[in-house]
Design a protein around this ligand. Structure first.
Ligand code: ADP
Length: 263
């Protein structure tokens, strides 16, 4: 059977799948995934987010859902799960299902099978967009996950320093090698510059400049967005709030524009 057919069978009610990837952790991949999903929802799209980052599932915390547990039921011997609804988006995360220490023992095939179950057994209903927060890096789990979604599109999150380009390149490569051919829609450069709270018109290039642009040029894809480093981002994520209820005009505009460029 063709890979594309398998995938259509897996998520037949999902119109568009956006994989949010990065070459390494800590660049803001989850932050981008969560706020992009909220931006889609605000545009009127039925949206879900799947947190597939099993080594650091941060979506529950970023959405204030640390204690949430999805409803699970059995249908013909198969365990099905209902996503949790938050800010008008449907949310599923391995974090809802595992104990903190579980991540340590989930390796290779076990991790892949846990993710497969999460993908196949979640009852999303009809969705215009499913945003998937990928595991960081380009290991087996990320590759298996990409192979599951041949009709998906991807965005790659990097930070501006030159070092980040090598990581971003690996992530982009993952989508065009390994027997998959997932289009890279573009690059998001996070922490592009620092904006002080009291002086929102100032920009400080703490981590250098140009990483996102260089990677975009190399792959012939657009630099979709440059998101500044702001104290608000960290505080909002820690408090389980998204950018749209922050009133931070810079962040709201960045994510509105990002969603519009993708849809
Ligand atoms: P990843 O998913 O790549 O590991 P996260 O989205 O979890 O990264 O972000 C890592 C940390 O950096 C989090 O504490 C998050 O709040 C913070 N962060 C992400 N983007 C920004 C930003 N633009 N400004 C300030 N802090 C940020």
């Amino acid at each position: 059977m063709e890979i594309k057919e398998i995938q259509t069978k897996i998520l037949p009610e999902v119109e568009n799948i956006i994989l949010v990837a990065s070459g390494k952790g800590g660049v803001g991949k989850s932050t981008v995934a969560v706020n992009l999903a909220v931006a889609f929802m605000r545009e009127g799209y039925a949206t879900g987010i799947l947190d597939a980052d099993l080594y650091g599932p941060s979506v529950p915390m970023a959405l204030g859902l640390e204690d949430a547990r999805p409803r699970v039921w059995k249908d013909n011997g198969k365990e099905l799960m209902e996503p949790i609804e938050r800010f008008g988006i449907k949310v599923m995360s391995l974090g809802f299902l595992m104990q903190k220490e579980d991540a340590v023992i989930w390796r290779g095939p076990l991790a892949t099978s846990a993710l497969t179950q999460l993908i196949e057994n979640t009852r999303w209903g009809k969705l215009d967009y499913l945003v998937i927060d990928m595991p960081p890096g380009t290991g087996d789990i990320s590759i298996t996950l990409s192979q599951k979604f041949p009709r998906a599109k991807s965005i790659i999150v990097v930070t501006p320093q030159q070092m980040a380009i090598a990581d971003g390149r690996k992530a982009a490569h993952m989508f065009v090698a390994n027997g998959v051919d997932i289009p890279v829609i573009g690059i998001v450069e996070n922490m592009a510059w620092f904006v002080p709270e009291k002086h929102p018109d100032e920009k400080y290039y703490l981590f250098g400049k140009g990483g996102g642009e260089q990677l975009a040029r190399e792959y012939g894809v657009p630099l979709l967005s440059q998101i500044p480093l702001m104290a608000d981002v960290c505080e909002l994520s820690d408090q389980g709030k998204n950018f749209f209820n922050s009133g931070n005009a810079i962040l709201i505009k960045a994510f509105e524009e990002l969603a519009q460029k993708i849809d």
